[in-house]
Ligand binder design. Structure first.
Ligand SMILES: [Ca+2]
Ligand SMILES: [Ca+2]
Ligand SMILES: [Ca+2]
Length: 145
């Protein structure tokens, strides 16, 4: 095998490897940093959670019920799979903050828009590992750096 052919094989086996090695959490920041300044603020989280809620509230009644949550859960799972590297180890924390269990404050089995929005701060606090009030690449990746 020539060097060039070997290189081509390697590239084929690791599609988009160059992109996957981006900063930990980059996929999260890409999705949630609305003004593109590299840091996700609470305002951005709150606004985006409103968008996400509306996207999955298929009957527009301002409640996400268990049935609507199935699609939401599936979409997040697929997103996790496609972007495992970009999530860094923040993926779990991020996923948890979007679940029905996390957001159903009054435990009636549905998540109202108010419940979902009012959990923005608690969710952010979980992801904001260094506690500086914004979510940046520093909040992802290996612990203790
Ligand atoms: Ca921002
Ligand atoms: Ca509820
Ligand atoms: Ca932070």
């Amino acid at each position: 095998m020539t060097k060039l052919a070997m290189f081509a094989t390697l590239v084929a086996l690791t599609p988009l490897a160059g992109f996957a090695e981006t900063t930990p959490g980059s996929h999260f920041i890409e999705n949630w940093d609305l003004d593109g300044n590299g840091a996700v603020s609470l305002e951005e989280i709150t606004e985006r959670r409103g968008d996400v809620f509306a996207m999955f509230d298929q009957d527009d009644n301002n409640y996400l019920n268990a049935k609507e949550y199935v699609l939401f859960d599936e979409t997040r799972a697929a997103d996790m799979e496609n972007n495992a590297a970009g999530h860094g180890n923040g993926g779990g924390r991020m996923q948890q903050g979007l679940t029905l269990e996390f957001n159903d404050i009054d435990a009636d089995g549905e998540v109202s828009k108010e419940e979902f929005i009012s959990k923005s701060g608690a969710w952010m606090a979980q992801i904001d590992r260094d506690g500086d009030g914004v979510i940046t690449a520093a909040d992802f990746g290996p612990q203790g750096n």
